[in-house]
Design a protein around this ligand. Structure first.
Ligand code: SAH
Length: 247
């Protein structure tokens, strides 16, 4: 390994922004994850973000910022929540969440077999025993009895528009479960449109958090949707429809 591929520690920034710091072991796991992704990138199109500082901010920090409210990781996560990361790609935000909160169990879902094969190797190398992978389309997984309504928390980042993300996530949640949609920009107008979609899915928009990333000072948002009623069996609609005809 060359020095160029060494992740920064950032203990103080972790502490100040999330009131948390990785242990020595977690820091080693972050480092190993970074190396595996750089290696995997030679074969697969995993991520454009390969600079160590950018990787730290956009993949590690951003993943954990989404599960932080009031300067702590969401309490149900720490109490052992079951989590699904929908369209996880190279494992974000699911892998950093599984690493940082060992009590929760995380399912990494992606429709691309090659990515899942890569992630299986990563999980073995990181000895992440609270994490498993699942291949499939969110539209199909959300209709499977053994998956539907079984998760406490659904994470979803960079998979589609917010209403598409809501249609993928809400059917998978148990009653009173939480969907966390990671976004870049967000406007008030979008909230109104999303409200309509979320209502049809048995959810409410519980909160929207805006924040600034600690290194590049980019604006990010997380949308927190609460499932308050069962989702109609007609959702998620068949493969492709949620994005072609958004709610
Ligand atoms: N969440 C990751 C990856 C985003 S790229 C990150 O933020 O870095 C989007 C990923 O979602 C891709 O890996 C793609 O294969 C997957 N994906 C897109 N549509 C999907 C669907 N309907 N069901 C499951 N996975 C999907």
């Amino acid at each position: 390994m060359t020095n160029d591929n060494l992740l920064p520690q950032m203990a103080e920034i972790w502490q100040q922004t999330l009131n948390w710091q990785p242990t020595v072991q977690q820091q080693e796991q972050f480092q190993r994850l970074y190396e595996l992704i750089l290696e995997g990138n030679l074969q697969l199109n995993l991520t454009r973000i390969t600079d160590p500082l950018e990787f730290w901010e956009k993949h590690l920090w951003d993943s954990l910022r989404g599960i932080t409210t009031q300067m702590q990781f969401i309490p149900s996560l720490q109490a052992g929540a079951s989590v699904i990361d929908i369209g996880t790609g190279a494992g974000f935000p699911g892998i950093p969440v599984a690493l940082a909160v060992p009590n929760c169990t995380v399912t990494l879902l992606d429709s691309t077999r090659k990515k899942i094969t890569f992630l299986d190797k990563v999980l073995t190398e990181l000895t992440l025993t609270n994490t498993k992978t699942l291949i499939g389309r969110a539209e199909e997984i959300g209709q499977q009895l053994q998956q539907r309504q079984t998760y406490d928390i659904a994470l979803i980042r960079a998979v589609g528009t917010a209403s598409v993300c809501a249609e993928y996530a809400l059917p998978l949640l148990k009653q009173s479960g939480l969907a966390i949609i990671y976004r870049g920009n967000w406007t008030e107008n979008e909230t109104t449109a999303l409200e309509n979609a979320v209502n049809q899915l048995g959810g409410v928009i519980e909160s929207i958090e805006a924040f600034t990333t600690p290194l590049s000072e980019s604006i990010r948002h997380c949308l927190y949707l609460r499932k308050v009623a069962p989702t109609s069996a007609s959702f998620p609609r068949t493969v492709g429809l949620p994005s072609q005809k958004p709610l």
